[in-house]
Design a protein around this ligand. Structure first.
Ligand SMILES: C[S@@+](CC[C@H](N)C(=O)[O-])C[C@H]1O[C@@H](n2cnc3c(N)ncnc32)[C@H](O)[C@@H]1O
Length: 252
């Protein structure tokens, strides 16, 4: 499956964006969920960067992810903090729960990992149908600027046992019609100057216009859609906004 984080990608994500790292989003989601009395769903929960602080704030969150490697980091973090983890391996395309949620959250632009517009809209409908009447969806998307910026830089991290991890991000294709980019993410793990492991992940993303996503949310039955920038609820996003947050409500 495309975009599912594999072994080195998960290791790097967990070093780069561990539980405790916030872009302003952790505080924002915590605040927006404060009044929710029921259970919250987090699709693409990953390593628990957002999930764990929400659980620690007393919010009942259920998460799923397509990557067992990412879920393993989340489970490990939860068990170290005595949090009962409610996590399963499921996908955007096929997730299913009997229960209905009071809210769903999708931080970190994960919604943009669904690169076909019709599948993304089907996913929004599936989320809608998993919410209680009155339940809300909060999701972030990255502004278009990030999709057009140059790539190719090498980034690096040190593991706990001193190995060097490197990542080269090469954008292979930009499709202005389908609004997608395809990048080759080449991960390498080095120990004492010797290459231990390598992984090439094909990483695809779709960008959305603000009006386009607003219409898509309306189409699947959401209303009261509020678009915010800078993690200030109701503040219109600036024209160069890096992150844009959508909040929408299921009516019936
Ligand atoms: C950017 S991370 C987000 C992690 C976490 N929510 C956060 O805010 O830090 C994106 C996650 O989406 C997951 N993912 C990718 N494709 C998926 C799919 N088709 N279904 C479910 N999860 C998927 C990846 O495995 C990864 O853990």
């Amino acid at each position: 499956m495309q975009n599912r984080y594999s072994t080195l990608a998960s290791l790097v994500y967990n070093l780069d964006k561990p539980v405790g790292r916030s872009f302003g989003d952790v505080e924002y989601y915590r605040e927006r969920l404060a009044g929710c009395s029921g259970i919250v769903l987090e699709p693409a929960v990953g390593n628990g960067r957002v999930y764990v602080p929400l659980r620690e704030a007393g919010i009942d969150v259920v998460g799923f992810d397509a990557s067992e490697e990412m879920l393993a980091y989340c489970r490990q973090e939860c068990s170290g903090r005595n949090i009962a983890a409610s996590l399963t391996c499921q996908t955007f395309e096929a997730f299913d729960y009997e229960q209905r949620f009071s809210a769903a959250i999708i931080p970190a632009g994960s919604f943009q990992l669904i690169t076909e517009a019709d599948k993304a809209i089907a996913f929004l409908k599936r989320i809608h149908d998993h919410l209680q009447p009155g339940g809300k969806l909060i999701l972030d998307i990255d502004g278009i600027g990030g999709f057009l910026s140059p790539t190719g830089a090498v980034r690096s991290w040190k593991t706990a046992d001193g190995d060097l991890l490197t990542l080269i991000d090469h954008r292979a294709e930009t499709d202005f019609v389908s609004q997608t980019t395809l990048s080759y993410l080449r991960y390498e793990r080095w120990t004492q100057g010797r290459l231990l492991d390598t992984e090439l992940d094909l990483f695809a993303l779709r960008w959305w216009g603000v009006q386009e996503l607003t219409l898509a949310l309306h189409t699947v039955g959401f209303s009261d859609i509020v678009v915010s920038g800078g993690y200030v609820f109701g503040q219109a996003p600036a024209k160069n906004a890096e992150t844009i947050t959508f909040e929408a409500r299921r009516d019936r």
